[in-house]
Design a protein around this ligand. Structure first.
Ligand SMILES: [Fe+2]
Ligand SMILES: [Fe+2]
Length: 379
């Protein structure tokens, strides 16, 4: 079997991209997919070195040309918080207390699965704990990617106001890495490795030389989804420290997505030709599918359910469960309106989003119209 076939069979994303004729997208994903799905580098190495190929842009004129970004920079400066002091780490957390579930059963896609329902109270509590740990571990790995992406974009973006804003985002993301890592290690005492498909996306963003692709992938897509996921989790948990922590993180992330929309809207309107715009449009769609379908907690499955059902059955169960449908909704409503706002949802791609069940979110409010309070209240 040649490499291309091997990759195509390993990744439904790639197979689909070939079918849809998105060959440029496929080409940009081949290296990351090989490293993530075949070599599983995020799992087998304590450190992974990724080669970065992009140019840093110095601005010697220091002109403040972007007032909306300047306002966001001011907002970021006065919204800084300190994870050590502003969160109450003295709160004790028992993630397996059957009397006080850390997340309710309804949070688990498995909740209605007869095999799960038959488990005793202790084992159910254990599974709730570990599903949460799996999810927060992926947040942590995503935050590390966001930290690096924020640094790279700060170097590569051409406008001074965007660079200044980016400097605050780097601090924010560093704090998020600190916070999630501390919660996982001190309170949940469990850390999962990076999911292979998340690795593919992070690797693709790091290794792509185009700053706007890093931005699109990180600020609009991963951060948008994470924002939805944080809000969903915050609504479902009663654990006070986790709620506190998510409230702070959500407030930061709302600014990051807002920044992504402002910067890319300007860049895509003024700097790209139609061929380049279409390429971004195709890229965003393929990544949407990957994000929609490929985060199925296989690491958790392997630990707890591999003896009871095949991976194909697990995937089908997860994808069809009501919980996952609800979760996908909460996430994509924070992505699709922003793709539309930056010009990547056109009559050309709309039917594909409709077919993927994602078009229904297009008329919701985009990031510039949403405050952190709206997000916290899930409006
Ligand atoms: Fe973050
Ligand atoms: Fe962020």
């Amino acid at each position: 079997m040649n490499l291309l076939e091997n990759l195509a069979q390993s990744g439904p994303l790639l197979r689909g991209a070939v079918g849809r004729g998105h060959l440029r997208v496929l080409k940009s994903m081949l290296g990351p997919a090989f490293r993530g799905l075949i070599q599983q580098r995020g799992r087998h190495e304590p450190h992974t070195q990724m080669a970065l190929g992009y140019s840093a842009v110095f601005d010697w004129r220091y002109q403040r040309t972007e007032p909306q970004l300047a306002r966001l920079y001011e907002a970021a400066k006065v919204s800084q918080w300190n994870a050590t002091k502003d969160l109450d780490w003295s709160i004790s957390v028992d993630p397996e207390d059957p009397e006080k579930p850390i997340v309710p059963d309804s949070f688990l896609p498995l909740a209605r699965y007869p095999g799960y329902q038959k488990l005793g109270a202790r084992e159910k509590a254990r599974q709730r704990h570990l599903v949460l740990a799996w999810m927060l571990s992926q947040f942590l790995h995503g935050e590390q990617g966001a930290l690096f992406a924020a640094c790279q974009v700060t170097e590569a973006v051409p406008w001074l106001d965007a660079k200044l804003y980016g400097s605050t985002q780097a601090v924010d993301e560093g704090r998020h890495v600190e916070t999630f890592h501390r919660y996982l290690t001190e309170k949940l005492e469990k850390l999962y490795e990076i999911n292979d498909n998340l690795y593919v996306i992070v690797d693709a963003l790091m290794s792509d030389a185009r700053w706007d692709i890093k931005f699109l992938g990180m600020q609009i897509m991963i951060e948008g989804l994470a924002l939805g996921a944080f809000c969903h989790l915050r609504q479902h948990t009663q654990e006070p420290l986790l709620r506190q922590l998510l409230t702070f993180v959500i407030t930061d992330e709302a600014r990051h997505v807002h920044y992504g929309v402002l910067a890319l809207q300007k860049f895509y309107e003024t700097e790209l030709n139609e061929r380049e715009r279409r390429e971004r449009e195709d890229w965003a769609f393929e990544v949407s599918l990957l994000l929609r379908d490929r985060f199925l907690a296989h690491e958790f499955y392997e630990e707890h359910w591999a003896h009871a059902m095949s991976r194909a059955e697990w995937d089908r169960y997860m994808l069809e469960s009501e919980t996952m449908a609800l979760f996908r909704g909460t996430m994509f409503k924070r992505v699709v309106p922003n793709l539309k706002r930056i010009g990547l949802l056109s009559d050309r791609s709309r039917p594909r989003y409709a077919e993927a069940g994602l078009l229904q979110y297009e008329h919701l409010r985009a990031a510039p119209e949403l405050t952190a309070k709206d997000l916290l209240e899930d409006r």
